[in-house]
Ligand binder design. Structure first.
Ligand SMILES: Nc1ncnc2c1ncn2[C@@H]1O[C@H](COP(=O)(O)OP(=O)(O)OP(=O)(O)O)[C@@H](O)[C@H]1O
Ligand SMILES: [Mg+2]
Length: 208
């Protein structure tokens, strides 16, 4: 189990859970009147707490009453299956690469209103599928059924995936580790996001 992934679920009164709720509310405000939102969770560098934040934010939105879909878009190193103790496939890569029904890749969780899509099989070219027509069709389908769609993605300085995916979503939540990221890296990531015309809808300073 990844540290603190379910703090919002298991300890809703903890200070950390309060912070996730605050970020969730800020995202709602930044999204304006839009009821349906899709977001990419990313960070400048690997290991800054993206998965931990994505799970807690997803639970937090579900607690507010949103129907939430959390998708593992870290197709090179997917972990959500493990976090939720479900199998890793069929998942996102399988759904995008084949004409498998979307519903076959969605798994319910113990958290009410929260479903997840694990990363799926290791397929060559899976990362390219994140920026494909198949992804547009996937998003159309997901938006019909869920009010909040969160993608747990790789880091901005690690792969081009997060920026490519964010172009199809409303924006990103940038998770920055106070211990791991240097200002230079954070600024470099910000420049890449700006160049990609990506909207930062929220940022989260993680102490991990
Ligand atoms: N606030 C925190 N306090 C202590 N440890 C933390 C905190 N947030 C995350 N961690 C730990 O840091 C490690 C990385 O966290 P996590 O897997 O969420 O990062 P990530 O950005 O998703 O990593 P990756 O780039 O590999 O996908 C994990 O072992 C996690 O338990
Ligand atoms: Mg991760």
């Amino acid at each position: 189990m990844i540290y603190g992934c379910f703090i919002v679920h298991n300890s809703p009164t903890a200070a950390a859970a309060e912070q996730y709720r605050r970020i969730r509310n800020n995202i709602r405000i930044a999204a304006g009147k839009k009821e349906q939102i899709s977001l990419v969770i990313t960070s400048p560098s690997p290991g800054e707490g993206k998965t931990t934040s994505a799970v807690n934010l997803a639970v937090s939105f579900a607690q507010r009453g949103d129907k939430v879909l959390l998708v593992d878009a870290n197709v090179r190193n997917p972990v959500l299956g493990q976090v939720f103790s479900i199998k890793q496939w069929p998942g996102l890569s399988d759904g995008l690469a084949s004409n498998m029904d979307f519903a076959e890749t969605v798994y319910p969780t113990d958290v009410e209103r929260l479903s997840i899509i694990p990363g799926g099989s290791h397929l060559p070219g899976a990362a390219d599928l994140l920026d494909s027509q198949a992804m547009s069709e996937f998003l159309d389908r997901a938006r019909n059924e869920y009010s909040v769609i969160l993608f747990d993605c790789s880091a901005v300085l690690e792969t081009p995936d997060a920026i490519a995916l964010a172009g199809r979503c409303d924006g990103v939540v940038l998770v920055v580790s106070s211990g791991k990221t240097q200002q230079k890296q954070a600024l470099k990531a910000k420049r890449l996001l700006d160049f990609g015309k990506v909207r930062i809808l929220g940022s989260l300073l993680n102490r991990g």
